[in-house]
Design a protein around this ligand. Structure first.
Ligand code: ACM
Ligand code: ZN
Length: 563
């Protein structure tokens, strides 16, 4: 039974510490159980002891915490007893942790890396926000006496990023991972392929990045038919993607790459036109929307291509799950009147005949099931499982896939009822490319829609799930598509503080959520984000727009980066 007990106490400060201040507890997401009592532990120069049974990555995570403390307080922490003590407790769950702060210092217990990462983030959020910066700061460097036990509600706590519509550097991607770490997210869904750009180096198919990573301009704002005339693109080398995987893994985050198929493939078709139904020529898309051209399901070369691509993908990404997309394959909006290629392609028709798929409006969905199942089998042989957008559920989905419910919650509800695992990411609560206020004239561009902070916070992932199927909902994710987002400050403005609200949906029991308590704690979160150099929205306070956020220089981005 979860309980929450937050007492506000007046700190009794040891002689070496600064003036006493009332202690408040402003940790997001709110831990499962918290008791704050009278007394305070002075952390400036406190000794640190690390149980040598901790694995290498856990020791490194604790080392990052100590380094941040030393930088912010300006005082070294020697090794020794009576200060911070990080202990292995193999009886705890992998993501659980306990913190006990009293007269003997702060004792942290966890069983594995994630528990230690989260304990350190909780400690950091309990300290002055300057600990998230990279400079010495004068502040009350004390922790209140407290007893904390924490454990997440959902195992899958995801945040997605689209580097295809607009490209994000490795530095910016690491900052994204930093802020995910601060709020205890553990899955980074990296959407690496799109109509408007293929972003991952694949050595067997060099044209994917020589051709597919670059587009001849981009449509201007929402002016359909326009083009800014500026060649745009970029890609990640395999070494860079491995660097991101490692950086994330050190913070308890699994990177789930997405190769979106069979739709959203125009950039790949521009590079290898024989993979499309018509044979092309194709151009990397310069506009937004949904393309008609997709991979040909009747051409075996397509499956050879996918197998070779995934062989390299699994070498880069150790994730148990690979996202294979599956969304928006039909009904593309760019060429009204043109039929979907699968409806008129002789090779696709032959494949449907061979599979015994009856003609009719559902035929395409069954053909998509065939593609999904073949890729699922191919990845299964490589030891991986698949996640797909909820369109994969239409027709007859083979067992074993996880469904990502985005077109509302129905996909997840249906998937769970049929015995599939599902991740909830419905547009109405979890699409961070939607506007945060109704004042669109003063907002930076959004794709449309309206998703204020409170709406994100209000989401209950098990609503509508049939009793007995709840365990199939493995978690929650928000998505950040970047058609209309071209700068890091705009990206962060759309992300924050909505991702903080998301973190409580993912972490806290339904009855432990409290929007008033959450918004009170946001004041401290804004100080943390300031210290990290992150932009954020204040729309929920009626302060609309990006005007108050100064544009970031590349030098500043680098300076804010943690080692
Ligand atoms: C999606 O938003 N097309 C998954
Ligand atoms: Zn075809």
């Amino acid at each position: 039974m979860k309980h929450l007990c937050v007492l506000v106490a007046t700190a009794v400060i040891a002689a070496a510490c600064a003036k006493p201040e009332p202690q408040e507890f402003h940790v997001i997401p709110m831990p499962e159980s918290v008791t704050v009592t009278d007394g305070a532990f002075c952390v400036k120069g406190a000794p640190v002891s690390i149980d040598q049974n901790l694995d290498q990555l856990s020791q490194k995570a604790v080392g990052r915490f100590v380094a941040a403390l030393e930088t912010a307080t300006g005082k070294k922490c020697r090794e020794g007893k009576g200060g911070f003590s990080f202990m292995l407790n193999p009886n705890m769950g992998a993501e659980e942790y306990a913190i006990n702060i009293g007269k003997d210092g702060a004792v942290v217990e966890a069983a594995a890396l994630n528990g230690f990462v989260y304990a350190c983030e909780t400690l950091k959020q309990m300290l002055p926000a300057a600990i998230y910066g990279n400079k010495k700061a004068s502040a009350d460097w004390v922790l209140p006496y407290a007893s904390i036990f924490d454990s997440p509600r959902f195992a899958y706590r995801g945040m997605h990023l689209d580097p295809c519509r607009h490209f994000w550097s490795i530095e910016e991607t690491k900052r994204y991972l930093d802020v995910m770490t601060a709020y205890k997210l553990n899955r980074f869904h990296w959407h690496l392929t799109e109509d408007q750009g293929w972003r991952m180096e694949i050595k067997a198919y060099p044209r994917l990045t020589e051709v597919g990573a670059w587009r001849n301009g981009t449509m201007i704002k929402k002016e359909w038919g326009s083009n800014d005339g500026i060649r745009y693109g970029g890609f990640y080398t395999q070494e860079q993607m491995k660097e991101i995987v490692e950086y994330a893994a050190e913070r308890g985050i699994t990177v789930i790459p997405e190769v979106d198929l069979p739709g959203h493939m125009v950039a790949a078709l521009a590079a290898y036109p024989q993979l499309g139904c018509t044979g092309g020529p194709y151009e990397v898309w310069t506009r937004w929307g949904v393309a008609k051209d997709i991979l040909c399901a009747g051409n075996d070369e397509v499956f050879t291509f996918l197998e070779n691509v995934f062989k390299e993908v699994v070498e880069i990404f150790p994730s148990e799950y690979i996202h294979i997309g599956g969304d928006e394959c039909f009904g593309g909006d760019a060429e009204p009147g043109r039929p979907d290629p699968w409806d008129v392609c002789p090779k696709c028709a032959a494949r449907m005949k061979q599979l015994g798929i009856k003609k009719g409006p559902e035929a395409k969905h069954y053909l998509q099931n065939y593609v999904t199942a073949r890729v699922q089998e191919m990845l299964g042989k490589m030891g991986r499982k698949v996640i797909g957008w909820d369109e994969i559920l239409q027709g007859n989905l083979a067992p074993g896939a996880t469904v990502m419910s985005w077109r509302g919650t129905q996909g997840g509800i249906e998937a769970a009822a049929k015995g599939f695992d599902a991740i909830m990411t419905p547009t109405s609560y979890m699409y961070f490319d939607y506007y945060q206020s109704r004042d669109r004239d003063n907002e930076p561009l959004g794709i449309g829609g309206y998703l204020p902070l409170e709406q994100v916070y209000s989401y209950e992932p098990l609503d509508g799930i049939a009793p007995g199927s709840e365990s199939h909902i493995t978690g929650v994710q928000a998505n950040l598509w970047t058609e209309y987002i071209a700068t890091p400050e705009h990206l962060e403005y759309m992300l924050l503080p909505r991702m903080c609200a998301l973190s409580e949906v993912q972490w806290c029991a339904a009855d432990a959520k409290d929007y008033q308590r959450f918004t009170n704690s946001l004041e401290h979160t804004f100080q943390i984000l300031d210290a990290m150099g992150m932009a954020y929205s204040l729309d929920h306070k009626g302060l609309i727009g990006l005007d108050r956020v100064p544009p970031r220089s590349p030098e500043e981005l680098k300076a804010n980066q943690k080692p």
